[in-house]
Design a protein around this ligand. Structure first.
Ligand code: FES
Length: 98
């Protein structure tokens, strides 16, 4: 990935190192699925937690109501089915392979 597309952010998932772009207005999950990435998900509504990653760096935003509990915030959990990147991100999810 040589240059940074305007209006999109780069998301990297550790430990695999898988990297993909998320266009503005797209959730992390939608962008991953659109690019053929096998990203865990079930409910796509912030309930099942299968898409939840740990945020290692960067910022995400949610449409209200924000799905995060205090514990989620303390643990840096990110609901990828609902989260919109607000910067380049580094996430951690043990089951996502590159
Ligand atoms: S897909 Fe269920 S919480 Fe995101």
């Amino acid at each position: 990935m040589s240059s940074h597309q305007v209006g999109s952010y780069q998301v990297k998932v550790l430990p695999s190192g898988l990297t993909f772009e998320v266009a503005s207005g797209q959730t992390i999950l939608d962008a991953a699925l659109e690019q053929g990435i096998d990203f865990p998900n079930r409910c796509r509504q912030g309930v099942c937690t299968s898409c939840v990653c740990k945020l290692r760096s960067g910022t995400v935003v949610y449409l209200p109501p924000e799905p995060l509990s205090d514990i989620d915030k303390a643990q840096n959990f990110t609901y990828c089915c609902l989260a919109y990147p607000d910067s380049d991100l580094v996430l951690h999810h043990p089951f996502i392979r590159g």
